[in-house]
Design a protein around this ligand. Structure first.
Ligand code: EPZ
Length: 432
């Protein structure tokens, strides 16, 4: 089975180009089908989840043309179905964006209930509340499918009981073609929410206030074609920034929007790293002894939950006691058991992890439990002096493009291997 073979102990040093934001791309690719004109999307990250979204668009009659590795042309004029199903779609969370996009376009949608990282119950009640408010009838129709149908979509005043990225984006999509005005209160403010709103507005939608907790939408008759480039991925960037802290290296992430990384940069400074910001890059210089601190994950602009595992790995190597509190998802500490195999000293109590820093990690075979935890375990293995392996890397490949290649370019000793023989060849190469 494919796994990463890692020989850790070297600092990561150099520059890394950050790709398009996965969590913006997944919503924008779904929104692209809302017009019958051709849409060109640039800076699409080439990862498993975006591939699945593009396959889903083709499965309902959309045409996808790959201009280059990161640019796609989408023609949804021939979409002939409103049911999005299939083995691949079941595995990703973002399939639910076809509910908002198709409800907006065709007044009906039927999508297999979302999969995605097993980090909590992850209900979709707020998505369905928003569709209902716009005039749709929602029904769980068996086979794990949810259907939402409306005679007509009419603007509404919707209050989100919880701050939810997915529901904010899904309801925004359905509302842009509803008749009249929609207000979404207690909206999520992540950079990818703003990116989706900017994309929809580039197609002629009228969305105001994205990035604040009140989004105002005036419905339009139809949307037209557009060419749009996706923002850089703040979590991919944060992961490589954290890699500099964890390996006491010196990494510059390029093609980023520093403002989107503020909470991550602030915490890296707090634990003793030097953080140097430029217009479109951030340099992180590690230190031989990281300092403890506390973290609480919060909706943007708070510290992102998708950076929680990576930050915990850095704190596990710091001096003293740190507390990490996960306030977004109820099951996002599954990586702790794997880190304990590497000598970490972490005790999970409810939604907090009490971390006693250790001087170093021991190499070990570990298993990725989900996307961000998997990336965090790779960073831990790169800090551990000796051979480690990380299994279930399919999770990691859902959200990180060329992860081993980019880490190797920074001096990391990591390869994807698919057999015992390849693993032994990797070990032989390292020791010879
Ligand atoms: C998106 O998930 C991201 N995934 C997640 O990234 C990210 O962790 C999360 O937003 C928070 O930033 C994608 O964009 C594909 P939510 P999403 O709706 O939309 C509760 C990664 O690693 N909730 O903001 O599912 C929910 O249970 C992934 O890239 C409801 O109660 O997250 C959670 O506790 C992992 N009812 C909280 O809100 C709902 O209807 C935040 O969830 C919806 C959500």
């Amino acid at each position: 089975m494919e796994q990463y073979a890692i020989h850790g102990g070297q600092p990561l040093i150099g520059e890394v180009e950050i790709g398009g934001a996965k969590n913006a791309a997944l919503a924008i690719l779904a929104a692209a089908i809302m017009t019958d004109d051709v849409v060109t999307i640039e800076n699409v990250p080439d990862v498993r989840d975006t591939k699945v979204m593009l396959e889903a668009i083709e499965s309902i009659g959309g045409r996808v043309e790959h201009i280059d590795r990161h640019t796609v042309k989408i023609d949804a004029s021939k979409i002939n179905d409103f049911i999005v199903d299939g083995e691949a779609v079941k595995k990703i969370r973002a399939s639910y964006y076809f509910l908002g996009a198709l409800l907006g376009k065709k007044n009906k949608a039927c999508v297999v209930l979302p999969g995605g990282c097993n980090i909590g119950q992850r209900p979709i009640d707020m998505h369905l509340k928003g569709f209902r408010a716009l005039g749709a009838k929602n029904e769980i129709i068996g086979n794990g499918r949810v259907e939402t149908v409306a005679e007509k979509l009419t603007g509404a005043h919707i209050y989100m009981d919880v701050v939810t990225v997915g529901a904010t984006m899904n309801v925004m999509m359905a509302a842009v073609l509803a008749e009249g005005k929609t207000i979404i209160e207690n909206a999520a403010k992540e950079p990818h929410i703003v990116d989706l709103a900017n994309f929809l507005n580039s197609m002629g939608a009228k969305v105001k206030g994205a990035g604040t907790d009140v989004i105002r939408i005036t419905g339009v008759e139809s949307l037209h074609g557009s060419t749009y480039a996706i923002i850089p991925d703040q979590i991919e960037a944060g992961t490589y920034m954290m890699a500099a802290a964890i390996t006491n290296g010196n990494v510059t992430v390029k093609n980023v929007i520093p403002r989107h990384l503020e909470s991550i940069s602030a915490k890296l400074s707090e634990i003793g790293c030097k953080v140097i910001e430029s217009d479109d890059s951030v340099q992180v210089i590690g230190t031989s002894q990281l300092t403890r601190t506390h973290i609480k994950t919060l909706p943007y602009p708070g510290f992102p939950t998708d950076m929680q595992p990576q930050m915990a790995v850095a704190l596990a190597l710091s001096d003293g006691t740190s507390i990490v509190t996960e306030s977004i998802f109820e099951n996002r500490f599954k990586y702790v058991g794997e880190l304990l195999k590497m000598g970490a000293d972490i005790n999970v109590q409810g939604n907090s992890a009490i971390i006693e820093g250790v001087s170093c990690f021991k190499p070990a075979p570990v298993v990725a439990p989900d996307l961000r935890a998997g990336a965090a375990l790779v960073l831990a293995a790169l800090a551990a002096d000796g051979f480690s392996t990380v299994e279930d890397i399919r999770f990691i490949e859902r959200g990180y493009e060329d992860f081993p290649e980019k880490l190797r370019a920074l001096g990391g000793n990591i390869s994807k291997v698919d057999s015992e023989e390849e693993l032994n060849r990797f070990k032989f190469r390292v020791v010879s």
